[in-house]
Write a protein that binds this ligand. Structure first.
Ligand code: ZN
Length: 406
């Protein structure tokens, strides 16, 4: 391992930038001073481990489901320099054969430690809440296609598939959930049409599986809600949907809640409410849900597995381009900011820095289970120094040799 030194990297869309990266012993005096004096109050400097993105499909032209492994490795390296040290890479809904080959392609990155694991977002998703996923790839766990996917997952090394988003109301879900628990894969509720009773039944099943794992000496991370509010029923006082239950379970420490804090997927009022609630904030995982079109030039065309997406004027959107489809606003197809840029934007908006940084480091890291501490060790993973107004300084440790920037 070597330390990388770059004067700058990855400018965010909001002016946040990496101000310095390199070995800790060679850091400029002001960086060391900032790191040594974490204070209290909103303007104080914070020092964290690198961020962990729990849900990310790629970025800047790279699609984890289809891009060559070398391109994925280079994208991960750029992310580390911008402060995202750990990535659980997301694959969209894919048929069994495509899923198997994507896992085979990403496996070397996981084996060398540059990818912390894979998040499968499907294919066991509700067609009624498919979002940007390919409906043709969706299936139930009980179907023939579903059995083929389950067979493709069997025999994979433990830890490769860290998390799986599923709609628990689909036929065969209970059997699938037992398989996931046995494999150490964390279930994530999402892209679901579940009403409140169906969501409650799923959480009860998952809690029973968790207790069984812990009784037998294993460690079972809390389940996750995939991008809370997006791709699930909304709230109405006569038909409340799953949201009140999910918020209550999170408050009781039974669930973690993913939040895409890119100011497009969820109203900033809700983001402020969740991160400002002392009982809920410790359950929030900020995620980017970034895709190949995130951070790409406006109008450019990219892939999200089998789907074609483009960099829209505000966010990644489905389809080739707005002009060629004639659509004003095609459906959203991913987050518009990297996790590091989202965090910087939240800090600039004046949210509680401790709540924001915890939601991008400590809480998502729980998905790594017993290895959760590795990413917290600055000697292994580097540190990020967060200054006032979301400025960040990344002391990054890289996995591969790079030439220092002149
Ligand atoms: Zn996603």
């Amino acid at each position: 391992m070597t330390w990388a030194e770059t004067p700058e990297a990855g400018p965010g869309d909001d002016g946040a930038r990496l101000v310095w990266a390199g070995p800790a012993e060679a850091a400029p005096r002001e960086v060391v001073a900032a790191a040594a004096e974490p204070g209290v109050g909103r303007d104080a400097v914070r020092v964290t481990g690198p961020l962990l993105d729990h849900h990310v499909h790629g970025g800047a032209g790279v699609d984890l489901a289809t891009s060559p492994v070398g391109d994925v490795a280079a994208w991960l390296e750029r992310g580390r320099r911008a402060g995202v040290g750990t990535v659980i890479g997301s694959l969209p809904a894919l048929p069994a054969a495509d899923l198997a080959s994507a896992l085979d392609r990403l496996r070397p990155l996981w084996e060398e430690g540059s990818l912390a694991g894979v998040h499968l977002e499907g294919p066991f998703l509700s067609p009624a809440r498919a979002g940007a996923h390919d409906r043709a790839a969706l299936c139930t766990p009980a179907s023939a296609a579903g059995h083929a996917v389950r067979a493709a997952l069997r025999g994979r090394p433990r830890g490769l598939v860290r998390t799986m988003t599923l709609a628990p109301e689909l036929a065969g879900s209970a059997a699938l959930e037992r398989e996931l628990a046995a494999a150490g894969t964390v279930p994530c509720l999402g892209h679901t049409d579940a009403d409140l009773p169906a969501a409650r039944a799923a959480l009860d099943r998952w809690e029973a599986l968790r207790r069984r794992t812990e009784r037998s000496g294993g460690r079972a991370p809390r389940p996750v809600v995939t991008h809370l509010f997006n791709a699930m029923r909304g709230f109405h006082h006569r038909e409340p949907g799953p949201l009140p239950l999910l918020l209550d379970a999170a408050r009781r420490g039974r669930l973690r809640l993913e939040l895409i804090a890119d100011d497009v997927h969820v109203s900033h009022h809700l983001v402020d409410l969740l991160l400002g609630d002392p009982a809920l904030a410790p359950a929030v995982c900020l995620v980017s849900d970034a895709v190949a079109a995130t951070g790409a030039a406006p109008g450019t065309r990219h892939r999200l597995g089998p789907r074609t997406i483009h960099a829209g004027h505000d966010a990644p959107r489905l389809g080739r381009t707005p002009a060629s489809t004639g659509a004003e606003e095609a459906p959203l197809a991913g987050g518009r900011r990297s996790l590091a840029d989202s965090v910087a934007a939240l800090l600039r908006r004046g949210l509680d820095p401790d709540a924001v940084l915890r939601a991008a480091t400590h809480v998502p890291r729980e998905s790594l289970g017993a290895e959760a501490c590795d990413g917290d060790d600055p000697a292994r993973a580097g540190v990020v120094v967060w200054g006032p107004a979301g400025t960040r300084t990344v002391l990054v440790r890289t996995l591969t040799r790079v030439t220092p920037a002149g």
